[in-house]
Design a protein around this ligand. Structure first.
Ligand SMILES: [Zn+2]
Ligand SMILES: [Zn+2]
Length: 322
């Protein structure tokens, strides 16, 4: 089968072996895959991962293991990416995303979905209704990561909220906040990307327009830039006793000034992957339109063009068809 493999170099393998399904797993025929920044980082050495890339997908179940429901065959599905052991303290608390024994689709010890077929444990798989198209369904994973914020912290109805960062991540958070009626300001460096939030009805602001009045004025600030500068700007926007949500792993580890966090008693909340179910409800209700975030759709045979497009400035989500 065709598979996009990273083994120090990214290549399309036309004869990659078909995965074998275990008793508790389903075999999924891939329909569409999203390229994520994580995929790009893996090709630069992140996690030391080698294997098939990809973790954002929609597909159709083509075969099931002995312990799975046969009715799943032929169903359109999306799937959560962390494959847990279901037998440790974290798993018993229903925190499979934090299972220390987990493998992660296309990121850690499990071949990803950038291939014609791949497997997932049955408990990771969610069937989707026909009114969610493939393009929208492929956004489930990044939208779930954005929704995780609302599982972790309580945003009160009159809280003033800011998102800092107008890349894919910041925009996915914007889509979720809008759908959940949060009062927020989207702050970033690119007017064309902020326009997407503006069209949703959000308030927007360029970083260069931030002034004294904005400092310490937000109850909740979500950091989605991934830069040290972004972290410091985010921290300066939070009110004393407010919450700073860190959505991106800050690349630089030096020179972070944490004094204001202590002085203003700011709560820092780390935030990573989220659950798919609440996102699917929003998508079924047509409360999220992902189309402004799609920068291109490519055939898998044109993967080089797709990854080139993904690394170009200004690109949002690039999708690949199988
Ligand atoms: Zn991703
Ligand atoms: Zn576990």
């Amino acid at each position: 089968m065709k598979a996009l493999v990273f083994d120090g170099k990214l290549k399309l393998d036309l004869n990659y072996p078909m995965p074998k399904i275990k008793d508790n797993e389903v075999l999924i025929k891939t329909s569409m895959v999203g390229i994520c920044n994580t995929d790009y980082e893996i090709t630069k050495g992140y996690m030391g991962y080698k294997g098939v890339l990809g973790h954002e997908f929609v597909g159709v179940v083509s075969e099931v293991g002995a312990n799975c429901d046969k009715n799943l065959i032929g169903k359109r599905v999306v799937g959560e990416i962390n494959c847990a052991c279901n037998d440790c303290e974290m798993c018993h608390k229903n925190l499979q995303r934090h299972c220390p024994n987990r493998s992660t689709l296309g990121i850690w010890q499990k071949d990803g979905c950038f291939s014609e077929y791949f497997t997932l444990p049955k408990e990771n798989v969610l069937t989707i209704s026909d009114n969610i198209d493939d393009i929208t369904a492929t956004f489930c994973e990044p939208l779930a990561a954005a929704y995780e914020i609302l599982e972790q912290i309580h945003i009160k109805p009159d809280d003033k909220v800011a998102i800092l960062g107008d890349g894919k991540l910041g925009l996915c958070i914007s889509l979720i906040f809008k759908a959940m009626n949060v009062d927020y300001t989207h702050i970033g460096k690119h007017l064309d990307k902020l326009e997407i939030s503006k069209n949703l009805g959000a308030k927007i602001k360029l970083v260069s327009e931030l002034d004294e009045k904005d400092m310490k004025s937000f109850d909740v600030v979500v950091e989605a830039t991934g830069s040290t500068g972004g972290f410091e700007t985010s921290a300066s926007l939070v009110k004393p006793r407010g919450i700073l949500v860190l959505k991106s792993t800050i690349v630089a580890r030096e020179g972070l000034n944490l004094a204001s966090i202590v002085v203003d008693e700011i709560t820092i909340q780390g935030s990573r992957c989220g659950q798919f179910k609440p996102v699917l409800r929003l998508l079924e209700d047509k409360r999220i339109d992902v189309s402004p975030l799609v920068s291109g759709i490519y055939d898998v045979d044109d993967f080089k063009e797709a990854f080139d497009k993904n690394s170009q400035k200004g690109t949002l989500k690039v999708l690949v068809k199988f």
